[in-house]
Write a protein that binds this ligand. Sequence first.
Ligand SMILES: C[S@@+](CC[C@H](N)C(=O)[O-])C[C@H]1O[C@@H](n2cnc3c(N)ncnc32)[C@H](O)[C@@H]1O
Length: 385
Amino acid sequence: MMASSQEELVEAQSQIWRWALSHLVSLSIKCAIQLRIPDAINQHGKPATSLSQLVSALQIPPSKTHAFGCMMRVLSTRSTGFFSVQQRQQEEEGEEEMCYSLTPASRLLLRNEHLNQASLPLLHFHPAMRDYCSVLDTWLLEENDEGTNNDDNINKRTAFEVVNGASFWDYLAGSSGPARELKGLFYDAMVSDSKLVADALVSSAGGEGSLLFRGVRSLVDVAGGTGIVAAAVAEAYPEMKCVVLDLPHVVEGLSARPHPGNLEFMGGDMLESVPSADAILLKWILHNWDDESCVKILKCCKAAVSGDEGKKGKVIVIDMVMSEVGVEDDLSREIQLCFDLMMATLYNAKERNEMEWKGLFDAAGFSDYKIIRQIGPRSIIEAYP
Ligand SMILES: C[S@@+](CC[C@H](N)C(=O)[O-])C[C@H]1O[C@@H](n2cnc3c(N)ncnc32)[C@H](O)[C@@H]1O
């Protein structure tokens, strides 16, 4: 091994410290959401809120103000970016104090923000999620369960299943308190993400949105959750007939809630069949499944858009297209790599690069595909039967 300089050693140690302590950043984000710090800054109404004003608004006891200040500083660095901080002179006392204001990220954590994104960070701290991450070392070494190696399903048990006794989807369907809590957080996280993506899909009426849905008279949002994206599309295109297909326990009761007249909910299994339409939407679905299941789902979708009279529709996939190895790391790639690890451990699934997407479309019998554009770390891909 080449001897490292003292400077390199110290830098390497700092790198280890940085990532070993990074859970404190995630925990601080969770704490900021739970204490509603963004709301307290927002309600203060001035461009910036001083630390003492925040302490008083949140009723932080004097013995904890130092720790609270430390947390605010962690959330206000250039790399965390949840708050911006300036040292300001206070009007009344004339003393210098740290003053905090919101950034685009903390605005998305405001309680009444239409696009609030608080559920995803909270979801990852649910005990069922937190616990499975702490067994990755033993799970990675485990070839099979109790010495049996002839049961493929046992070999394929995800880390989530090993710890929680059920696959992620079966766990969500359970009736225990923690299962109901996780289900609530998971579908809330899907709703908040879907609102943001729906805005991106349909807000550019006359532009991108209309190109994506041009000529589409009917759409099925396969595994569309509680129907946020489909509802936004249905509202933007009142002539389009829209259907949300998801598991029966997910769509149960949704028809009774207010929704556009041209939107229907349907309980079913996308691995079995998908109702016919001009276009099928698969938003954030295929990364949850292994290749074999993806091909099954895509075949059902292909059959659904193949039409009787020779008119062919399309399947719109919204998912990550992993950047190639060697491409310079950026925020999108870091997020893609973390999601890839999460998919591997939570579902035995993965994020895919373009070649892997092509492989799936070919195996399901599609004639062509096109990557339309990116939405952050995800892309919109169209596949043609
Ligand atoms: C990651 S969520 C995405 C939901 C939605 N498309 C979105 O982006 O908000 C995956 C969805 O797949 C649904 N799902 C899982 N297994 C399914 C199946 N066999 N048939 C239909 N939907 C299923 C889940 O209930 C969940 O709503």
